[in-house]
Design a protein around this ligand. Sequence first.
Ligand code: PSU
Ligand code: MN
Length: 307
Amino acid sequence: MFKQYLDIHPEVKSALEEGKPVVALESTIISHGMPYPENIKTARAVEEIVRENGAIPATIGILNGRLKVGLNDEELEYMGKGDDILKTSRRDLPFIIAKGLNGATTVASTMIIASLAGIKIFVTGGIGGVHREAQETFDISADLMELATTNVAVICAGAKSILDIGLTLEYLETHGVPVVGFGTEEFPAFFTRKSGFGVDYKVDSELELAKALKAKWDLNLKGGVVIGNPIPKEYEMDYKTITTAIEDALKEAKEKDIKGKETTPFLLSKIKAITGGKSLASNIQLVYNNAKVGSKLAVELSKLSKK
Ligand code: PSU
Ligand code: MN
């Protein structure tokens, strides 16, 4: 039934049929998270890193209402360049399809589409979460609900402190979503390795992670896992610089009354402008680092699944 909406790239399709490791990648980070042309350059490099580490990349997005699992060169370019690419989360999917529109998928909708295609591992930069002052605004990303229900593991560099990281972790705990640190006891804060908040489990190898994922899903414990992989030290941002930038961005968002789906893209582009592009360089590097871990994890998981 759902297959009629999916266009799975032939290379991805045969990899999935043969039980080879496949890694899903999102497109909101391309269309709304980074400027052109760095976005496309990064997206291509990430796909290359996935290949170098033994897996097949499947960048997910929506073109003319079709759910694309794996984009060709031209399609990827359009995701980064087109001016009619709508940020698409769970609630938007049916309408983007019905209207035949173009959509960039968020963590939530990428998880949904990956899961429909049979992909278990998804690499991105950062997840959405509970925004600061959510007590007043009710702004909680649909990414969190998705993690509670959809069986896909998300490798990220943690959550940006544009969010209330503490409340984000509480929400995940309530919904039974494990939060894991890859080689760390502390949940990373995207631009920095530390957030001041601990993880549920520190895991030191991709194999150990793969075993935990297999056990979770063998036991029918539905939902995803958040794997926090800290940005490499050499690309980490100065704590004070990034904290000030985030605070300034939040202040401006409030003044301009930015709301709903515009909030996250607004904050991301403000932070980039305030840091003079430094944050973009870090952002790119942390995604590369996540692609490495995610691909190795996909390789281990596919080996375990064959046993
Ligand atoms: N956080 C980042 N970079 C991003 C996003 C979040 O550091 O690009 C994107 C992801 O696609 C994520 C989405 O799923 O923003 C969350 O948006 P919202 O807060 O509106 O749910
Ligand atoms: Mn929101």
